[in-house]
Design a protein around this ligand. Structure first.
Ligand SMILES: Cc1cc2nc3c(=O)[nH]c(=O)nc-3n(C[C@H](O)[C@H](O)[C@H](O)COP(=O)(O)OP(=O)(O)OC[C@H]3O[C@@H](n4cnc5c(N)ncnc54)[C@H](O)[C@@H]3O)c2cc1C
Length: 500
């Protein structure tokens, strides 16, 4: 808590997503008085949850990667994740379906993984070791030296050790080329390229630095918090409350008040809430272009229009009145052409002709998320952001496409067991989160949108306005959002000292 006799400074955090929660807890711990204003009726943002008919549906993230990031967050407050949720490692980590009766179960055990690589391509087992040793180095350097940088000045990277590292970190090569230097078998190539989809860009457009994601995937493993991903949110809210953070839900911020280049507070439908500092954890584009008067905006509509946004998603939350055969917790359906689908997301945006999709079945691991004898099924189709035509007929068409393939590949009827189904896509992301173009995962981590090339974490025009979350540093995903909140808290503290 603050040691000052002065009343401590008041921070308003807009949005109770992972980034807003991390920022709020970290700032309260440093002695600021923190209030979180959230437009929805509960915390979590894209990681909200809803319960119906005995099913518990995580609405967004389902992959728990980089457990070290969560450990470090809770450790700041003298806790461990185990104080809030029971984490289990999945084995197999996930299934990749390539066609009928043609799939790979990716083992958690490294020796078994090596054997799987070797069987598909002689020599690939040894090359996997080389690949992961490089990827492990990138993970270690990336996480300790890059990811925690606020990205406000190129000088942050002007450290001779980082320049030496830059070569080993493969900043100038892309993932597409990098993966093919090690592996030829198409299944191995797809397996190694899949994690960059989390970064919202194609392998061609993603720096090979991000093979660190393969290390996260294959070496650190895929985990699951029993009860669902929302348990992380609940744990973070408890940590924040322990630090004294106040949460106000159903409080949509409509405007940020600015006087003489400083934010004086925010306006909601309930009135003005004064602040010494504002941290915006809501989507950057929305805050900048809609909550600030034009003269206080740093970026133009053209700037935003030319950003590469990460994809949106067409989602189905499905409750089944039976258990499924032949499914794992995580199932990636790569039974159509990956490049063609990517082309329809990034280069020629349109509703995909033959989409890849992902099916999560958390009830395989966790009986609490579905009634007994039932299954909880979450289907995700990545789609281009900003598409028109998000209507019921379109959603139904894709529901039929993915259900047909799910039934074919798992060899059973599924549709006749559906007792609950809710769809979710662009217009929901916009209504619920003010997501620019209905994006699901924020701004893509492309070569040209990394570190200082991302929308800046501090407003250049409003001296006490900061941004956090998946559209600024370090990027999209739950672990990066957690890091983003902690980084912004550090910047606020540097520039808004509690004791004068
Ligand atoms: C379908 C889906 C699947 C995903 N899968 C994974 C995964 O498996 N693993 C992974 O690591 N990541 C995954 N992600 C990405 C991850 O969920 C996000 O990167 C992360 O949750 C973003 O957190 P955030 O705090 O930046 O933003 P958000 O979660 O969007 O939080 C922003 C908050 O601001 C609020 N807000 C907006 N406008 C206002 C306003 N005017 N006033 C007040 N409040 C406002 C919103 O309601 C929201 O609560 C997935 C995302 C989606 C959508």
């Amino acid at each position: 808590m603050s040691t000052s006799a002065q009343p401590s400074k008041k921070v308003i955090v807009i949005g109770a997503g992972f980034a807003g929660l991390a920022a709020a807890a970290s700032l309260a711990q440093r002695g600021y008085r923190v209030t979180v204003l959230e437009k929805n009726d509960g915390p979590g943002g894209r990681a909200r949850v809803f319960k119906t008919q005995g099913f518990t549906f995580d609405m967004g993230p389902s992959w728990y990667w980089m457990p070290d990031v969560f450990e470090q967050f809770f450790a700041r407050f003298g806790h461990t994740p185990a104080d809030y949720y029971n984490l289990v490692r999945l084995d197999p980590s996930y299934r990749v379906v390539f066609g009928h009766n043609d799939y790979l179960d990716v083992p958690a055990n490294m020796e078994a993984l090596r054997r799987m690589f070797e069987q598909l391509e002689p020599g690939a087992g040894r090359r996997l070791d080389d690949f992961l040793s490089q990827a492990g180095y990138k993970y270690q350097v990336g996480m300790s030296k890059f990811v925690n940088k606020p990205g406000r000045s190129v000088l942050e990277f002007a450290d001779p050790r980082l320049l030496v590292d830059a070569v080993r970190l493969d900043l100038l090569q892309n993932m597409h080329t990098h993966v093919r230097r090690f592996f030829r078998h198409p299944k191995l190539v797809e397996l190694m390229e899949f994690p960059v989809l989390f970064l919202g860009a194609t392998p061609q457009n993603t720096p090979a630095l991000y093979s660190l994601m393969n290390y996260a995937d294959l070496a650190l493993g895929t985990w699951y918090p029993m009860g669902g991903m929302h348990e992380i949110v609940r744990g973070m809210v408890r940590v924040a409350e322990e630090q004294g953070v106040e949460f106000r839900y159903n409080q949509e911020v409509e405007q940020i008040e600015v006087q003489n280049g400083r934010a004086t507070g925010v306006r909601t439908s309930s009135g003005l809430v004064a602040a010494d500092v504002v941290v915006a954890g809501a989507d950057y584009h929305h805050v900048e272009q809609h909550l600030l008067a034009p003269e206080h905006r740093h970026y133009s509509p053209k700037y935003w229009d030319t950003r590469t946004m990460a994809p949106s998603s067409l989602l189905f939350y499905v409750g089944l009145n039976k258990r499924l055969q032949n499914v794992r917790h995580h199932n990636l359906f790569f039974d159509e052409d990956f490049n063609h689908h990517a082309h329809e997301i990034y280069e020629a945006p349109r509703w995909p002709t033959k989409p890849l999709f992902y099916a999560s079945v958390p009830s395989v691991t966790d009986p609490s998320v579905a009634p007994e004898g039932c299954e909880n099924l979450f289907l995700l189709i990545p789609v281009a952001p900003g598409l028109g035509g998000d209507d019921e007929a379109t959603r139904q068409r894709y529901y039929d496409i993915v259900m047909t393939r799910l039934e074919q590949h798992t060899g059973q009827s599924v549709r006749d067991a559906v007792v609950y189904c809710r769809s979710y896509a662009h217009r929901d992301f916009i209504d619920d989160y003010h997501a620019f173009k209905g994006n699901a995962y924020g701004l893509a981590n492309t070569l040209r949108q990394t570190a200082i090339l991302k929308p800046t974490l501090k407003s250049p025009k409003v001296s006490n306005l900061y941004f956090t979350g998946q559209l600024t540093v370090p990027g999209p995903g739950v672990p990066p959002s957690l890091i983003s909140g902690q980084v912004v808290a550090g910047e606020v503290e540097k520039e808004n000292a509690l004791v004068s």
